[in-house]
Structure formats: C-alpha cells, structure tokens
Write a protein that binds this ligand. Structure first.
Ligand code: SF4
Length: 206
C-alpha cells in the first residue's frame, strides 16, 4: 500500500477540495487558531466579523482591544484563550512579515511552536497553507484512517512517513490533507465504514 494510492483513491471519491479558502496568508493563520475545537462554519462567521472590523492585518490585530476581539471570536468557543492566541500570532506575523517566507521551515516551525496555543497541527497548517512550504499536516482523521490501514504512530512518525514517501509538493500536501479531513467528516465520523473506499470488511482495497 502506497500513500500516493490512498491519495488517488480519496481524490477519485471526493474530487478536488482546493483548500484553504482565504484572501491572505494571515487570514489562513487566523483560521488555523480559530478552528481549534470548533466547526468551520463558526470560524467563517468570526473571520467575516474580523474582516468587517478591518482586523485581519497583523499589526492591527496585535493592537486590537481585547474585549472587542473576544466578542468577535466568541462564536468559535474558548474565546478568551483564542483572542489572546490571535494577538500573539498577529504580533509574531507583524514582527516577521518580511522574513518568515524565506526562513528555513524547521526554524519557522520551532518559532511558531513557541507561541501560546500553537501545537504541531496548527504550526504545520500555517506553514503549509499560509506560508506555502511542504509540511504535511497530521490530524485526528489522518490518525484514524491510517490506523484502519494498519499504520500507527505519533505525530512525528506519521508526518515523516508522508514526507519521506511523497514528493515535497505543496499542492499535493494541501490537497491530500484536505481530502483526509473531508473523508473523515463524510465517512469515518458518520460510521459509513461499509461504503469505505479504502477498506472493506477489514480488507485493504488499495
Ligand atoms: S470509513 Fe471506517 S473503515 Fe474507512 S477509514 Fe474511516 S473509520 Fe476506517
């Protein structure tokens, strides 16, 4: 079983996803914080509100009134925590706006991980979808799907598997992660295992 075959199978089943919907890289990064522990439609609402208040600029968001910011992101849950995290992230973006694009990925990743509320998945989502560098994002759906296929491991092990087996192609990584999430939502979460295109009665189909 090759990871590229799983990709082809998911692509055939679901079609192109074209993630991540956003007007700017910073908007992607904001979305990566807001999407923690909530549904995407709540994130969309908050992003729209932030846009209407002209807050989707790093410097402006970093200096935003905390009460106003909390109110605007309330619909995504954990709003106090998220408002604080957004301000920290915005401050990082405003300080490194000119240099972060050329930073070695491991340096950028290390720095992002030092920010409050930025774990592996959020850091890698920002690197891949906002900065456009080939870092494979692992999430709960990836672990679940690979687990069904007999591939277990922690974040680093699974990420290394993808990154060593696939070409370091940003578009491929983006599409692949999007397909995994979509498949997870449509099939795994709804327990549609009898319709699974990857497995049938425990037998791997690819
Ligand atoms: S649909 Fe079911 S069998 Fe298929 S990957 Fe998801 S959880 Fe596993």
């Amino acid at each position: 079983m090759r990871l590229i075959d799983i990709y082809e199978q998911l692509l055939h089943a679901l079609g192109h996803q074209d993630w991540w919907p956003a007007d700017t890289p910073f908007e992607v990064a904001v979305g990566a914080i807001l999407t923690q522990q909530t549904r995407w439609n709540n994130v969309e609402r908050a992003i729209l509100d932030l846009k209407e208040h002209s807050l989707l600029e790093p410097e402006i968001l970093a200096a935003a009134d905390t009460d106003i910011l909390e109110e605007l992101v309330k619909c995504t849950g954990f709003y106090r925590q998220k408002a604080r995290r957004l301000k920290n992230l915005a401050s990082y973006f405003s300080r490194h706006e000119d240099t972060m694009w050329d930073m070695p990925v491991n340096v950028l990743r290390r720095e992002l991980l030092e920010l409050d509320g930025v774990g592996n998945e959020t850091a890698d989502s920002i690197i891949l979808y906002a900065i456009g560098k080939p870092k494979f994002v692992i999430d709960a759906y990836t672990r679940r799907i690979l687990g069904c296929l007999g591939l277990d491991g922690n974040y680093r092990i699974l990420q290394q598997k993808f990154e060593s087996e696939l070409e370091p192609d940003v578009d491929l990584f983006k599409e692949y992660h999007a397909l995994i999430v979509e498949y997870g939502k449509k099939y795994c979460t709804r327990h549609r295992c009898e319709d699974c295109v990857l497995l049938n009665n425990g037998k791997i189909l690819i």
